[in-house]
Design a protein. Sequence first.
Length: 214
Amino acid sequence: MAVEHLWGPRPPSTVEAVQIGGQLPSSPGPGRDRRTDLAALDGAFGARESYVAHRGRLRDALQPLALSGDRAVGAELSRRLDRPVPDLEVPLFGGTLVVPAAKLARWYLLWAIALNGHGRIPVELLASPWSARPNRSEKYLESPAAAAWAVARIGQSDAATVGALVARLGSQADPAWLDGDLVGALAVLTGERFGYDVAGWRGWWSRRHQTSGR
């Protein structure tokens, strides 16, 4: 298979949408009070019980905001990415994975920003070191993977973001599958189709910088 075909047809070719899994609830109506929703979110993220026994509270608090499609809400969610949360370790997937509450909260926020379609993902999250050890359930809440998906969903294609994605490709410190997430985001944001050709991506990025004078 040729590399340029790895990610499907080039724009403006059309492909039929495929529904995978269940559907999310409909977006809340325009009359909903976002300030109330944001206050409920802050309460959920600040409560220890949200992490200890009722982690669904985080998802439930974020869902109406995630589905709103509201640009201002996306900005508010982004501002909460580094907000302090309770200092505790949270067991997940039957105890096969244990993560700090801050990591869990950040993962949920990245999910919500991506679904909202607006906001800003700090480039530092794309570049943050991979610290998770392999686990039996193969579940990971590391920021780079979630951040790569989120920047693709919100169309964050500035030079710093694309450069961070390209720079991370092929890292020996990352699990091999992470390159797939990075390549997928790059293909969406740039329209280029280099697949897993790391040298191709780096060469293209270098030429782009030379052409733009940056």
